[in-house]
Every structure is written in C-alpha cells, then in structure tokens.
Design a protein around this ligand. Structure first.
Ligand code: NAD
Length: 350
C-alpha cells in the first residue's frame, strides 16, 4: 500500500471529514466518487484527485490500494463486497450494514479476501475514548458491573425525509445511527464480553410529524417534506452481558432532555474498585477511586486531537502490517446483533 492511494466513495458529511483527515496526514487520495458530480468535484479539486459518479474506475485502478466507504447505509454491503472482491482494503463507515444477513455477506467476502477491513467506530479514537481504554485496561476500575451511556440530541433529526429517516435506506434511526457508536464503545472498553439478553424500546415521536417538527439543526441535507420518516428518533435499552455487567443505553436525535442538567453525551463505567465518567467529545475524564477509606475524584485532562486523523492513520498502519487494529468486521457484527435485538425487543422488525 506504501506506493498506492486511497479512493473515497461518498463525498457527503463524513466523506468531507475523511478527505480532510487524509490531507492532514499526507495520505494521497486518487479518486473521489459521489453520485452527485458537484460533491465529487468539490472534494477532488481540493485533493487533486479524479472525480467520478460511479466507483467502477476507482475499483479497477491498480494504483488504488484502499477505499473509504462513506455512503448511505443501504449501500454499505454491496460496495464493501465489491471493493474486497476488487482486491482493495476497505474502511467502511458505521453501522456495518442494514441487517445481520448483510453483515454475514460482508464477513464471507472478507474471509475470501486477503484485505484489511476496518469499521468507522470513531469514538474509539477520541482522546477521551483512548484515555478511558487506558484506565479500564490498567485495572483501576476493578470488575466493571455497569455502564451507562447516552447521546441526547434535542432537535437534530438528520436530513428529515431523506435517507437517514427512510428505513429502507438506513435500516433504522437514532439507534442505528448513534446507538451503534455507544454499543461499540462500551463493548470495546469491556473487552467484548458476550451479550446475554436485551430489553429495549424505541420511539418515533418528533420526525414523523414532519411539517410540525421544529429543528435546531438539520445535518445531512435540508428537510424533504415529500420524503419518508419511518424510523425511531430515540431508543432506550438495557443489555445484560454474560459476565454479569449491565449496559444502559439511551440515544436520541430528538427529545425533551433538560439542559444543562442532561449533558449532550456521557459515558459512565462503574467498577468495584473505581468509576469513570466522560463526555464523548470532552477534554477530560473523571476517575473516582477509594484511597485510605476516602473517595478521591480525579480529573484527568486529555489533549485535543482530530480523531478522524488518528483513525485513518491506524487503518493505514494496519494495512501496512496486514491486520486491523481498529473495529473489525466481527466487532461490527456484534454491534449489529445488539441493535437488532433492541429493535426486536421493541417490536420493530429489522
Ligand atoms: N463515524 C462517524 O462519526 C460518522 C459520522 C457521520 C456519518 N457516518 C456514516 O457515514 C455514512 C454516510 O453518512 P453522511 O453523514 O456522510 O451522509 P451524507 O448524506 O451527508 O453523504 C452521503 C453521500 O453519499 C453519496 N452517495 C449516495 N449514493 C452513492 C453511490 N452509489 N456512490 C457514491 N456516492 C453515493 C451521496 O450523494 C452523499 O453525498 C453513513 O453510513 C453514516 O452512518 C459516520
């Protein structure tokens, strides 16, 4: 891969982040592909790359070593499988796919290939995420018996009426989009214990009243009131792990969570020797331990860093060494299993 370049498939919100990361770490991008020619051209001009509206030429290009796939979820499986079959290493955005069957198809294609496949669970690469992993692995928390994590956007349903809110194109709403990050981060911090059972409930309360919905933010495109919103805009779940640990997960694209009492995001890990809390994009973690029969609360500052850059650098060094250092395809499937079980528990088919 040392003498080869990247192809970026999808030049929307996340495509822009990957393009910037590639530029900043000096990773050459040879192709930018988007079905919208303007988007492909804007990014390709910036990166001095070729632009295209299909990925055929990029996948056939022997100078391309790896592709970064950042397109709507319903295209993940097809594009990842095509890229692996074309002999390219693949960085695939989260969630892995729309369903467990699609995850299995990607896993089968990956097993047949000799390529590295990494998933875009970027929260592993924030500086708070890295610090949390270091603290957990140091044993400072002892045996962790509970993890409580939330992301509460208040009025931020993305691209209302577009692909994010159309189940046939996204596979699900806030749970699929935000929940998968929390599930991956929790399982990664805990060392991937098996899941025992899952209880969950999803709600669709805001986005589906399309014209009455007042948004604070509309990422992934302006509202399309002629489109579809048939996905959850919040989800709440309790996951019991085989090692006895419980995970309480709450996510929303829209919900009435009072500010500032409920921070936008938080992750709390509670162990028998200590506890750790942090906000997902925070600049510190809080560590509580008992010292000389006193509870000691320590604030550990972390440096600022662009986690998309760290993530891409880790993917590329994995490619050099022929292994995935980040979220593997198996990790992606485990996350999808929990998402699927939460939808099932909630009475939603997936
Ligand atoms: N890891 C993260 O932090 C993170 C953040 C945002 C999005 N994502 C994931 O990235 C993916 C894309 O999300 P987004 O926010 O960039 O969406 P987006 O709608 O902003 O961008 C998607 C882009 O894909 C293009 N596209 C559609 N079909 C295509 C095709 N066949 N070939 C090439 N391009 C095509 C669209 O024109 C659009 O420009 C999703 O899977 C999402 O879950 C991950």
């Amino acid at each position: 891969m040392a003498d080869k370049s990247l192809a970026l498939i999808g030049a929307g919100g996340i495509g822009g982040k990957h393009a910037e990361a590639a530029e900043n770490i000096g990773a050459p991008v040879r192709w930018v592909v988007d079905i919208l020619p303007d988007r492909a051209e804007t990014l390709s001009d910036k990166l001095s790359a070729h632009a295209d509206t299909t990925c055929d030429a990029a996948l056939a290009d022997p100078n391309v070593g790896a592709v970064i796939i950042g397109v709507p979820n319903y295209l993940h499986a097809d594009l990842a499988i095509r890229a692996l079959a074309a002999g390219k290493h693949v960085f695939l955005e989260k969630p892995m796919a729309m369903s467990l069957a699609e995850c299995d198809a990607i896993l089968a294609a990956h097993a047949k290939s000799r390529q590295v496949l990494q998933l875009g669970f970027a929260h592993r690469y924030t500086t708070v995420g890295q610090k949390a992993k270091e603290v957990v692995d140091s044993g400072a928390l002892g045996a962790i018996h509970h993890v409580k994590a939330h992301i509460h956007l208040r009025r931020s349903v993305p691209g209302l009426g577009r692909w994010f809110t159309t189940k046939a194109e996204s596979g699900g709403g806030a749970l699929m989009d935000l929940g998968c990050h929390l599930i991956d981060l929790s399982l990664w911090l805990l060392g991937h214990p098996p899941v025992r059972d899952v209880l969950g409930q999803t709600y669709s309360l805001f986005g589906k009243r399309m014209r009455d919905y007042n948004f604070a933010e509309m990422w992934a495109g302006p509202p399309n009131y002629d489109g579809v919103c048939d996905v959850d805009d919040s989800a709440h779940a309790l996951v019991r792990l085989a090692n006895g640990c419980t995970l309480q997960l709450d996510v929303s694209w829209a919900g009435n969570f009072p500010e500032p009492n409920v921070p936008l995001s938080q992750m709390i890990l509670v162990g028998d020797a200590g506890g750790l809390a942090f906000q997902l994009f925070g600049d510190h973690v809080m560590l509580t331990t008992e010292v000389d029969k006193q509870l000691v609360h320590e604030r550990i500052e972390v440096a600022e860093a662009n986690f998309y850059e760290t993530q891409l650098a880790d993917f590329l060094s994995g490619v050099e060494q022929g292994q995935c250092f980040g979220a593997t395809a198996q990790d992606g499937r485990r996350v999808q299993e929990v998402v699927t079980e939460i939808y099932k528990s909630s009475g939603v088919a997936s």
